[in-house]
Design a protein around this ligand. Structure first.
Ligand code: ATP
Ligand code: MG
Length: 366
């Protein structure tokens, strides 16, 4: 029997700075890994961010958004740069990213922090603590204190100025992020830790109640709960105890940055933003790195690993995803390093050459 060909449309949004360089590498990796697994990709490259501002006057043109909405997944490079930082019209490239997330209705942000064996020295933690760390933080992205009402400035009873915000979560908002987290844990190592502040906050008490109730639908997943202050401490004390962490918007904002520092290599870290249905958004966590843009110095691996997340969490194509992940490890094992992860004794390469090495590894490791 011949395996059936699956077809997907991928919107590519190269954006600004090093975005186009790293997207080009990731596109080739997707195409090759896909072809080996019977996947046929159609790519649509669209302007976004500063590049779109220059071209059309807006950071997210309608055509870019509608193309993204109609595709199976969206892969983004990076947005912004010095050039648009003092934009008089106050149309910043970064506003396009918020509009894109909204337009794609994504509410779950997945950020892995994996300490690769050959990059353990880059970690901010001691070798024995860092070795083998593989954590995924699932952060709720559209609710909680960043959006809750009422919010604002006022004065209190005795005339003092106050600022206030509200942490609100509805049961359905908690349930949908929890489902994504349980399913993410299922695709990983089967352990989920829900992080909250249920000893103090009502929104967290409801969070814990709903997550606990949902656990009965996922009997294969081992669920635990932890207060956020303890979780922040445990992440640097003994990060290996975690597999998948799920938490609200503000705690996730903080914990995912903390977790990323454990790895110590910004050029290596991918991310995914998922909704209930519809295309997910996949992008490296780093910015547009204008200081090295156009010099063939960027590390493309964060974007290549984002492409692997696209396959795994966006399309359910786990085999093709594994091919890309293995190829990244293989290229690193062979000693290839871009400047950001380079140390003495290794083979310093540029963005393009690293990309070619990844392609060779995809091709030869079957
Ligand atoms: P943001 O645009 O999200 O605010 P930022 O301005 O804080 O991001 P980045 O653009 O990520 O930061 O760059 C921070 C530093 O890391 C820069 O010195 C940049 O050159 C470096 N850097 C970021 N991404 C990469 C990469 N893929 N490869 C090599 N170096 C990188
Ligand atoms: Mg920046």
């Amino acid at each position: 029997t011949t395996p059936s060909t699956r077809r997907y449309t991928i919107t590519l949004l190269p954006g600004d700075g090093i975005g186009p360089e790293v997207i080009s590498v990731a596109k080739n990796a997707l195409q090759l890994a896909g072809s080996l697994e019977g996947i046929d990709f159609g790519f649509k490259e669209m302007p976004m961010g500063g590049a779109a501002l220059d071209l059309t006057g807006v950071p997210l043109p309608e055509e870019t958004l509608s193309t993204a909405q109609q595709s199976d997944a969206v892969l983004l490079g990076a947005i912004g740069g010095y050039k648009w930082d003092n934009n008089e019209k106050h149309l910043k490239p970064e506003t396009g990213l918020l509009q894109l997330r909204k337009g794609l209705k994504v509410f779950a942000n997945l950020r892995p922090a994996t300490v690769l064996p050959m990059l353990v020295e880059a970690s901010t933690l001691k070798k024995e603590v860092a070795e083998g760390v593989d954590v995924m933080v699932v952060r709720e992205l559209t609710g909680g204190i960043y959006f809750g009402q009422p919010r604002g400035f006022s004065t209190n009873d005795i005339g003092e100025e106050i600022g206030f915000n509200t942490e609100v979560y509805s049961a359905p908002e908690i349930d949908r992020i929890a489902r994504i987290a349980f399913e993410t844990a299922r695709k990983r190592h089967g352990k989920l830790c829900s992080v909250d502040k249920a000893n103090v906050l009502e929104a967290s008490m409801l969070w814990r109640k709903r997550v606990t109730a949902l656990a009965s639908e996922y009997p294969d997943i081992e669920l635990s709960h932890m207060y956020v202050d303890n979780a922040a401490m445990q992440l640097v004390r003994n990060p290996k105890q975690f597999d998948t962490i799920v938490t609200n918007n503000i705690f996730g904002d903080i914990l995912s940055d903390e977790a990323s520092m454990i790895t110590g290599s910004i050029g290596m870290l991918p991310s995914a933003s998922l909704g209930e249905s519809g295309p997910g958004l996949f992008e490296p966590i780093h910015g547009s790195a204008p200081d090295i843009a156009g010099q063939d110095k960027a590390n493309p691996l964060a974007t290549v690993l984002s492409a692997a997340m696209l396959l795994k969490y966006g399309l359910g194509e786990e085999k093709a995803a594994q091919r890309i992940e293995d190829a990244v490890l293989d290229a690193l094992n062979k000693g290839f390093r871009t400047g950001d992860i380079h140390t003495a004794g290794y083979n310093l390469v540029g963005c393009k050459e690293m990309g070619e090495e990844v392609l060779k590894s995809i091709e030869h490791k079957i």
